[in-house]
Design a protein around this ligand. Sequence first.
Ligand code: SF4
Ligand code: SF4
Length: 207
Amino acid sequence: MSMNEIVKKLLFIEIIKGLALTLRVFMKGLLDPFSEKKTIVTRRYPKEKRPAAMGFRGLHALVRNPATGEAKCVGCGLCAAICPSRCIYIYTSEGTEHQKVVDRYEIEVLRCVYCAFCVEACPYGAVVLTPHYEYADYSREPFYMTKEKLLQNWDRFMGEKGYDYFDSFWNPGTGHFKGYEGQAVFRGKRKTEQVDEKKTDTGGESA
Ligand code: SF4
Ligand code: SF4
């Protein structure tokens, strides 16, 4: 250890520098709390909420079919089959035209591990995890989501903007990647894939 480092340690220089920085930021925030150039990094939650990132795995919702206003779910049961927590319950019956009718669709939210397998498995884009994260409660009952509650979640936390959100994050099409074509990661990958494909083709012909 050099002499400089020993002196710094003995005089607590680094600690004093850290405390001075804390005091400076604190005083700045105190004297000018409404400044545009905010230096404060803490939030006054719950008044100041943090917006959830795209694809945040929050409270569940059933997607409404914009044409009919009903749930998009057709009761195929894939979500329930893939759910590792076995917390999705679907009850169906036969309709007047021999179609499957979803009588009940329920999720026991307290058992969910938020893996989003249900969202990925659904072939109809009918179930989603919304960005809503404030749903603490004092009893278990509110966490048992019925079909009606899940549809209400869609209306409250997703609504019209939800269709775009769902498509761009959970069900992206080619159009959603526009603007990213120039990224090195895509270019590099494509070149490698092309080389690999050529190699495979040549191998297949000679064999
Ligand atoms: S997020 Fe995972 S654990 Fe939760 S309901 Fe969906 S599949 Fe089940
Ligand atoms: S939410 Fe999707 S996967 Fe689950 S039963 Fe409905 S249509 Fe099938």
